[in-house]
Design a protein around this ligand. Structure first.
Ligand code: CDP
Length: 240
């Protein structure tokens, strides 16, 4: 977070480098049911991020010692392809991917009706094929659509987006430059129905007032993301 950046993030008219207003999301498109071999799937484009998600299950949980007698566990795996970033990423799991997989598993366990499937596992495989900041939010957003597409009962979808601070101002949905060189980054996932927070991290520094502004902005962002998630499912399955 922070570091040298010699341009202004926000111009005199209040527009960001990519022309967005401070509270504007990057363009977001989601499609449900894009993979033939998965039980449920989704594809998401968010700004320049591109993410696939495939869900398998519920299936019997292996290894057995990970089984829970009264519920299913969610095993989310987040992977960034080597060609997803400008500086080729070393293939395979690293600490960051492991951490993001865990965060996504924990967030999904709050909404999926895991108690319906004792001893089972639900596998959620996420492939980020282009990464331009905000990929954990993009991955979680894609994941809950894919779980719904698999027909697994859930209390709600999980919309996620980040807010942060650049040039001393709170903004929604950081782009790559804002994420790399900005002053703070706050990825959040908030359920619109209950305002329950199922993911929250923070990098950088915000005053309590800025935090409140960023948090409220993220709630509004999640509401917009939620509508796009619902549209993706409506396009595939119809309904209201
Ligand atoms: O993607 P997200 O913002 O959730 O996570 P991050 O750790 O804050 O990473 C921000 C961005 O840095 C990613 O979206 C990638 O564009 C980039 N990155 C990279 O170039 N190489 C990595 N090994 C990890 C991240």
């Amino acid at each position: 977070m922070g570091g040298k950046f010699d341009k202004e993030f926000i111009d005199k008219k209040g527009k960001r480098m990519d022309g967005r207003a401070p509270n504007e999301l990057r363009p977001l498109k989601i499609e449900a049911g894009v993979l033939d071999e998965a039980d449920g799937s989704s594809y998401l484009e968010w700004g320049n991020n591109k993410v696939y998600c495939g869900v398998f299950g519920p299936i019997e949980c292996h290894p057995r010692h990970k089984q829970k007698p009264d519920r299913a566990i969610i095993q989310a795996r987040y992977n960034m392809a080597p060609f997803s970033v400008d500086d080729r990423k070393r293939p395979g799991l690293d600490r960051r991917s492991t951490e993001i997989g865990l965060l996504i598993s924990e967030a999904l366990e709050r909404v999926v009706m895991v108690e319906k499937y004792p001893k089972a596992a639900i596998r959620v495989d996420i492939q980020v094929v282009e990464a331009h900041a905000g990929t954990r939010c993009a991955a979680l957003t894609a994941a809950s659509v894919a779980v719904a597409d698999a027909g697994i009962p859930m209390k709600d979808l999980v919309p996620s987006c980040a807010t942060g601070k650049v040039d001393g101002k709170v903004v929604l949905d950081l782009n790559k430059e804002e994420d790399n060189f900005g002053e703070a980054d706050l990825p959040l996932a908030v359920l619109p129905s209950t305002e329950e927070v199922v993911l929250m991290q923070m990098d950088g520094e915000l005053t309590p007032e800025e935090f409140e502004e960023a948090f409220d902005m993220a709630i509004e962002g999640c509401k917009q993301v939620y509508e796009i998630q619902r549209d993706a499912l409506k396009r595939k399955y119809g309904g209201k």
